[in-house]
Design a binder for this molecule. Structure first.
Ligand code: GCU
Length: 455
């Protein structure tokens, strides 16, 4: 993990939780980190054993100065010759119409992602009982708004040892004439009184995303993924995954953390559907980085999201996994990140290679079709090249045939555009902003894009 994470996550507590490796740890935190690492390693080794794998290939380094630095030379990025064909059925026949897409090809792709990449979301998941714990009048940049804190209590009667509560917050304009569109972010709810440290001198001041949405008369919501599924391998026998599994370790095709986070977002919609301030026909999902991956998975699997804003999702998100550029499958399959995926994913850094995946990221984006998806990236010089902007762009490009089959518009080009060029004419949209590892500078473009659909 690199400077990008530090820029994004200035909140020390979060840094410890997510990375377990930054900042000065108190003795208690360092003990906690060690025990998480130990439990993660145990879980990882158990999965390797189930898979019959004795070793995996190491991933390259995210540090451009390291001798084993990840490739950032575009001419060496695409040794693959073929991406899995969106519109070719497993029986060799072509998908010629929307009906065959929905009834045959899409389910084939979902099955491949479920089994090999993100894992299977269990069928009979417990009920979530939503409780509004506070409702407060507030103002954000002079706009009167109503702020709610909401907790989703997950029914744990099947395994009372594990208790799971989902944290959600919602801010809607106070003077709305009716239910409003809402963008749900995978993010953080900071404790009262918490202030982000000031950005470095000279950083242009950006209007907050929540203010921008309220100015449109829209609402904003935040769901805290780590409130119901921890961001590490140790957490796989806890949280919602552990609760359903009754504290046991996962099987190779069981769901990973990204799928669990996406499940939480779907349950948040269940709540939003009961809230009169919200128009759940006009709902969006947004996230950055690992939460950008989660936002794309949520969008792909949850049809109630009408639009997605997928920030710097990189490998495991919108980036073509077969590309040898920036972060690699071998990194994702390591003990630090494998928990985001099904155990089976590790095979592709062991006996198999990324070329063996039955699917790739362009097909995850295609699962969102015909709904609009805005793919966002930062600048290679500020954000770095680990996220592989071009790889995410290509994910969007190759989703195109499915959007077109369903009567929608693709990106309109296969040529990687200059930085700050917004490609927003179709249902697959793209913009690389000139900032760092954030969705920040792309919010105005995304909002304009979403207006077309939320009118
Ligand atoms: C690391 C990781 C990425 C991830 C990012 C983040 O850089 O390799 O896959 O997206 O952390 O979430 O901050």
């Amino acid at each position: 993990m690199k400077k990008i994470t530090i820029i994004l996550i200035t909140c020390a507590a979060f840094v410890f939780q997510v990375n377990g490796q930054f900042g000065r740890l108190s003795p208690a935190d360092s003990l906690r980190r060690d025990s998480i690492n130990k439990a993660t390693q145990k879980d990882y080794n158990f999965m390797l054993k189930q898979l019959g794998i004795t070793s995996t290939r190491p991933g390259p380094s995210g540090n451009p100065q390291a001798p084993n630095a990840a490739n950032v030379d575009e001419s060496k990025a695409s040794p693959y010759t073929l991406l899995p064909d969106q519109l070719l059925l497993k029986n060799g026949k072509k998908v010629t119409n929307a009906k065959i897409w929905w009834s045959q090809r899409r389910p084939e792709i979902v099955e491949d992602f479920d089994r090999e990449v993100y894992g299977r979301t269990p069928k009979n998941l417990p009920k979530v009982n939503w409780e509004v714990t506070s409702t407060t009048d507030t103002t954000i940049a002079d706009i009167k708004a109503v702020s709610k804190k909401i907790i989703g209590h997950v029914d744990n009667s099947s395994y009372p040892d594990i208790k799971v509560d989902i944290q959600l917050s919602l801010i809607t304009p106070a003077n709305a004439k009716g239910p409003v569109p809402v963008i749900l972010e995978f993010g953080f709810i900071f404790p009262p009184g918490f202030r982000m440290p000031a950005p470095p001198a000279g950083t242009p001041v950006e209007k907050g995303w929540q203010q921008q949405l309220l100015e449109q008369g829209w609402g904003t919501a935040v769901i805290v993924p780590t409130s119901f599924q921890a961001d590490n391998g140790a957490g796989l026998s806890q949280g919602i995954i552990g609760l359903v599994n009754k504290g046991q370790l996962r099987k190779p095709d069981d769901w990973g953390t990204l799928k669990a986070w996406a499940w939480g977002a779907s349950r948040a919609i269940d709540y939003l559907e009961t809230d009169k301030a919200v128009d759940t026909k006009r709902l969006g999902i947004e996230g950055l980085s690992r939460y950008g991956k989660a936002a794309l998975v949520a969008m792909a699997y949850e049809p109630r999201f009408a639009i997605g804003f997928i920030g710097s999702s990189g490998a495991g998100g919108a980036k073509i996994l077969r590309r040898v550029y920036g972060e690699q499958v071998e990194n994702l399959a390591s003990s630090g990140e494998y928990h985001w995926f099904a155990g089976n994913f590790i095979k592709y850094a062991g006996p198999l290679t990324p070329n063996d995946f039955p699917v790739d990221a362009h097909q995850l984006i295609a699962l969102c079709a015909p709904r609009p998806v805005f793919i966002s990236s930062g600048s290679p010089t500020v954000e770095g090249r680990w996220v592989d902007a071009q790889g995410m762009f290509l994910g969007g490009v190759h989703a195109g045939p499915v959007y077109k089959l369903l009567g929608k518009k693709d990106l309109g080009t296969t040529k990687f555009p200059a930085i700050e060029t917004a490609l927003v004419d179709g249902e697959v949209a793209w913009r690389q902003h000139s900032g760092g590892h954030t969705t920040g500078p792309n919010w105005p473009t995304f909002i304009q894009y979403a207006q077309k659909y939320f009118k």
